[in-house]
Ligand binder design. Sequence first.
Ligand code: 1GP
Length: 251
Amino acid sequence: MNGTIYNTILDAKQRGHKMLAVLVDPDKGEPQAWTALAIAAATHKVNLLLVGGSLMVHHRLEECIRTLKAACNVPVVLFPGSPAQVTPLADGILLLSLISGRNPELLIGQHIQAAPALKKSGLEVLPTGYMLIDGGAPTTVSYITNTLPIPANKPEIAAITALAGEQLGLKLIYLEAGSGAAKPVNEAMISAVSTQVDVPIIVGGGIRNGEAAYKACKAGADVIVIGTAFEEQPELLAEIASAVKSESKVK
Ligand code: 1GP
């Protein structure tokens, strides 16, 4: 828990350098595909690998992390859908508090269950205000968490929710349209949030090409997350990585 990952994100934000994270769902793919993904991530200078999912049925989390780590040095950060998804094999964890919802289990309950294992793990903990934003269709994360997303045309709600999260001490804000969302988080919403808070902003869900990644960065995203686009078309990584880099002040 030495703060290395968070300091890297903060440092990048201060330098105006946008970051790219690839989400790996251990329920999907095989070790061969994870190895290829890790090699591609290293080649395109991906900054973080997020591993996890809101619903994991196959218990392949540790195998997935071992495979990724054997093939690249990109930091692996857990993106847990439940307290069961804590393993010391990763480098850090997004400790998600679902601040857009009113489900107490996801605001504090599961964190209490996970706390002892988390302390023992030695993982770097990144306290994150996780906010679901309507992406145009119901998503797995909305169904599983039993929470409603913030309407996409209400940037002011997102902005004050993020502000409250920052005031509570959360170190990152994650604007999530949901994996495979029909529409990514819109620029007005990202911009409203980034005007309101100083902490780094992660944006993911439904980003499928370089243009969408570029627009999100320009609106104020500090870290872009892609999952589905890479799973479906691995060749898109080059385009998206280049778009994220092109919106960085330091190239
Ligand atoms: C989901 O934000 C991530 O939690 C990534 O979404 O799979 O749509 O890229 P996609």
